[in-house]
Design a protein around this ligand. Sequence first.
Ligand code: PRT
Ligand code: ZN
Length: 293
Amino acid sequence: MMRQLDGNNLKIAIQRKGRLAQSSQRFLRSLGLEFEYSDGRLFSNCSNLPIDLLFLRDDDIPEYVQDGVADLGIAGLNILREQQARVVRLESLGFGACRLCIAVPNHGPLKCLDDLSGKRIATSYPSTLKGFLQEKGLRADIIKIRGSVEIAPSLDVADAICDLVSTGSTLRQNDLKAIGTLIESQAVLMGNPDSFKDAVKATLIDRLRIRVQGTLKARSTKYVMMNAPRSAMESIRETLPGMRSPTVMPLADQDMMAIHAAVPEETFWDVIEKLKGSGAQDILVLPVEKMVL
Ligand code: PRT
Ligand code: ZN
C-alpha cells in the first residue's frame, strides 16, 4: 500500500534522476535511513525513522527547502549559489565534485579572462557569472542557454562558455579549454532555518548531522595495523597522529608488538613511509566504516 507524506515527519529532498541521484540515496542509506525507491516515485517514507524523502529535479531543491516544503535537501553548491536561496548550508558531502569554469576555443583569439571584455559568454549560470564578471571588473554579454552550452562557440552563438566541468572530456571534445574557475562545487546538505525552531525536528536534524560527520570523517580515515619490534615503539608513537594514543598489544614473540591506529587520508602515505622507516612490518590498512568521537 502506498503510504502518504506525514506532516510531522522530517522531509529530505534529493535529486530524482541524474548525477546526484544515486550518490544521494547511497549517502542517506549510509546514515542508517531505510527506504524504498523505484523509478518515477516522487516520495518515500523511511521505515526506521520519522523521515520522508522527496525526489525532485535538482534545480527545484533549494527553493523547496527555502519554502519549507522540505526541511533538508541535497544539491550541488553550484545550484545553491546560482539561486541564492535562503537556506542554511550544513555540510559538504564529498560527492558530485565539479568546477564551474569559463572556457574558450582552443585556437581562437581569447587567451585569458581579460580578453572577455565585450565578448559573448553562453551559460546556464547567468547570476553566478554576472557576479564573477563584476568582481573582476569585466564587461561581457551573458547569453543564457539551458543545456548543451558547450556547442555555443561552434554555432557562433557565443565567444566563450561558462559551464560545469568534471573530467574535462566535454571541453576537449568541443575543442575548448578552461581559462578560469568560478566555483569549486560538490553536493551539499542544506536546511531550512525554521526547521530548527521545531524541537522534535531540531533533535532529529542534530542526530543526522552527527551521523553525517561520522560518515565523512570515516571516509577520510584509514585503520592501520602493524607489527614492530619493541625498540621501534617510541618513534612509531611519535609518527602516529593519534585520535588518542595508538592501541598496542604484546605478541607471542616477546620482542614484537602489534600496533593499531587511525590515520587521516591526507597524510596517509607520509605516515606509512615513516612507520616503515621506523621498523614497522606487516602493515595492514583497512577502510573505516563509521567514526564517532
Ligand atoms: O533533471 P535534473 O534537473 O534533476 O538534473 P540536471 O540534468 O539538471 O543535472 P545533472 O544530473 O546533470 O547534474 C546534477 C549536479 O551534478 C550538478 O548540479 C552538479 O552539482 C553535479 N555535477 C558534477 C555535474 C557534473 N559533475 C558534470 N560534469 N553536473 C553536470 N555536469 C555536466 C556539465 O554540465 C557538462 O555538460 O557534464 C559535462 C561535463 O562533464 P565532463 O566530465 O566532460 O567534464
Ligand atoms: Zn537540473
